[in-house]
Design a protein around this ligand. Structure first.
Ligand SMILES: [Zn+2]
Length: 323
């Protein structure tokens, strides 16, 4: 049954070659956008977010989280250097293990939730072997996670990001019932626009704020066929992107947001395991302790062009939701 659901998901993936005509239409619309610039006195809101999870997330071969503790120890120094506020989306089952470190970070940073043990909070995805978790189980996992926060003297989380960016409307309603205000689970790699939205309707307290992705898709050839791809503002992309590409990407995002009536903002994603060397897998070759310095340098680059204002996701939702 799960394999049928995964095949269906593959066929419906908007990046497939047969969706190219729709993508081209979107692209043409994107090209007509003029370059709107951020007024000099207006800030560019920046949320630096880290998903604190098992090493390598859903690709984990075992439930180890060796990268987490050294990463949490490094964060205060990084925050001081770039004078930033961070949001940590922490797996519910890891909250107790790092309770003391999280409690110390909570005074300056926001602690949100990243599922319980990196399970699926929505439909099957073709590239993931996991089975979706039932509604009843999700409710149980959410309550266990919230209990772990309380037991470790942490404030109840109000921001959520689903593992693998998989969440459905039932999950959003569960979050709403349990006091959440922000969801950052939109599947941006499939083309979610970099704009806030109230997915459950205008009266819902939950604001969806996606990780930032390019509003205009790129086309690339694979197996001699054209596939769509969206640049996502995450560590893998940042580590393999030139300074000029980063500046162009941010200018494109900011221009799009201004023209769509949203305050300019960026949501960046990284994981603890991306800040330590990973030998063996070529696709993880960018993972390195040098990424602390790389992130610091790229933020300095943006600071030279924009008036950066670092915010947690809760504060970002408050600012964007009141527009
Ligand atoms: Zn994750």
């Amino acid at each position: 049954m799960n394999s049928v659901a995964r095949l269906f998901d593959l066929l419906c993936d908007p990046r497939m070659p047969y969706f190219i005509p729709c993508v081209k239409l979107k692209r043409r619309r994107g090209k007509t956008l003029s370059d709107a610039e951020i007024p000099s006195e207006s800030p560019l809101l920046v949320a630096l977010t880290f998903d604190v999870e098992y090493d390598f997330g859903s690709s984990a071969k075992e439930a180890s989280a060796d990268a987490v503790e050294p990463f949490l120890h490094q964060l205060p120094a990084l925050a001081r250097e770039i004078q930033a506020v961070f949001t940590l989306f922490v797996q519910g089952d890891l909250v107790g293990r790092y309770g003391e470190l999280l409690l110390n970070l909570q005074s300056s940073h926001e602690i949100g939730l990243h599922g319980y043990a990196h399970e699926l909070w929505g439909k099957a995805r073709w590239f993931l072997p996991h089975k979706p978790v039932s509604y009843k189980s999700r409710r149980g996992l959410l309550r266990r996670s919230l209990k772990n926060f309380t037991d470790n003297k942490l404030a109840p989380p109000v921001s959520f990001r689903a593992p693998d960016l998989v969440a459905n409307a039932d999950t959003l309603r569960l979050l709403e019932e349990h006091g959440f205000l922000v969801d950052s689970s939109a599947p941006v790699y499939r083309g979610t626009l970099p704009l806030p939205a109230r997915s459950l309707g205008p009266s819902s307290p939950i604001l969806s704020i996606p990780i930032t992705a390019a509003p205009v898709p790129r086309i690339h050839l694979r197996y001699l066929l054209p596939f769509t791809a969206y640049e996502v503002f995450n560590m893998a992309w940042l580590a393999t992107t030139s300074d000029q590409q980063l500046l162009d990407f941010v200018a494109e995002v900011v221009s799009f947001q201004i023209q769509n009536g949203a305050k300019p903002h960026l949501v960046f994603l990284a994981h603890p395991w991306e800040f330590r060397e990973c030998t063996g897998e070529k696709r993880l070759g960018y993972c390195s302790e040098d990424n602390y310095e790389l992130l610091r340098r790229k933020m300095q680059l943006l600071k030279g062009r924009y008036q950066l204002q670092y915010v947690g996701m809760k504060e970002l939702a408050h600012t964007l939701g009141n527009e």
